[in-house]
Design a protein around this ligand. Structure first.
Ligand SMILES: [Zn+2]
Length: 313
């Protein structure tokens, strides 16, 4: 049986908000079984609101994924949520002392480091999963995203296949396939950084956006090349980052997902549309706990093996 997981102890960091440009303190705190991931907007030591990391609370997907309630929001949550999801951490209370989660180096790797430094603790309750039993597709022009069941003989986990196509000499057409059995989230996905084009960054800054954006927290490209001195971490870092984003956005379904997600040229808006469409079609998924299906109680569902997260001590 797979059990819920939280952090062994509280841990914090400070970083720059990508869009606000302000310094933001982040505190990750252990939480009880069933708590889920919740983010608290804190200002001057006062808690303004507590927002569950669930799709119903998404308030903006235009540049990053923002969640909010009671008139307060927290921006750029997707890379932190991706790290929790990729490491199989279920229950955390996150204090965000500012308007957005700090961008750190533009990847999820600093959050993975924080979580591993705090340590991950197994809890007493079994994990629940959303297992896809039907396929849901959303489209927007030539962009599409599809979430469907795993083939019967494959592992019980989330696989993500991302395709991107940018008319740029460094990017072009890229695809990346992730599944827990053969790809390490920590080593192969979490380190992939977000990316942007110089003309977009300049335009955003003129609109008072991306004020914290720099070569320290994104891959930046001009018309021909990568401007970062150290170049890319992977030749296909762009497609890998899209997988990282999908992890974060899909985690807003409210639990780990068992299924296959294929995404073509998607961003946060279409990812969110997909999550909403799946949740609205209750016949396309079922909620299962590991104990039930490993005991064979769940209807005809057998799994050769269960690979939901990285194992490490
Ligand atoms: Zn991203």
């Amino acid at each position: 049986m797979f059990f819920q997981r939280t952090l062994k102890k509280e841990i914090s960091c400070v970083g720059i908000g990508l869009h606000s440009g302000v310094k933001v303190k982040l505190v990750l705190k252990p939480a009880a079984p069933g708590h889920g991931i919740k983010l608290q907007r804190v200002e001057n030591g006062k808690v303004l609101t507590t927002i569950p990391a669930l799709s119903d609370y998404v308030v903006d997907t235009s540049l990053a994924t923002s969640i909010g309630c009671d008139g307060h929001s927290i921006g750029t949550v997707e890379h932190l949520l991706s790290a929790f999801s990729g490491l199989g951490v279920d229950n955390v209370l996150v204090e965000v002392h500012g308007p957005e989660v700090p961008i750190m180096d533009g990847s999820a790797s600093p959050f993975v480091y924080l979580i591993k430094t705090a340590g991950v603790k197994r809890q007493v309750e079994a994990k629940s999963y959303l297992r896809m039993v039907g396929t849901v597709t959303v489209t927007d022009g030539d962009k599409w995203a599809r979430l469907g069941p795993q083939p019967p003989s494959s592992e019980a986990s989330l696989s993500i296949i991302s395709h991107i196509d940018f008319a740029h000499p460094v990017i072009g057409t890229q695809s990346y396939s992730f599944s827990f059995s053969d790809v390490s989230y920590d080593r192969q996905i979490s380190r992939a950084r977000t990316f942007g084009f110089l003309h977009e960054v300049e335009w955003m800054k003129s609109q008072n956006l991306a004020l914290g954006g720099s070569l320290d927290n994104a891959i930046v490209l001009d018309e021909f090349s990568v401007l970062n001195d150290d170049g890319l971490r992977f030749a296909d870092e762009f497609a890998r980052h899209k997988v990282l984003d999908c992890f974060g956005d899909v985690s807003l379904m409210g639990g780990p997902v068992i299924g296959v997600l294929e995404a073509n040229k998607t961003g946060h808006a279409l990812n969110h549309k997909l999550v909403q469409a799946v949740l609205a079609r209750a016949e396309s998924w079922e909620k299962v706990t590991t104990g039930e299906w490993l005991d064979g109680v769940s209807s005809g569902f057998t799994v050769p093996r269960l690979v939901m997260e990285e194992t490490y001590s």
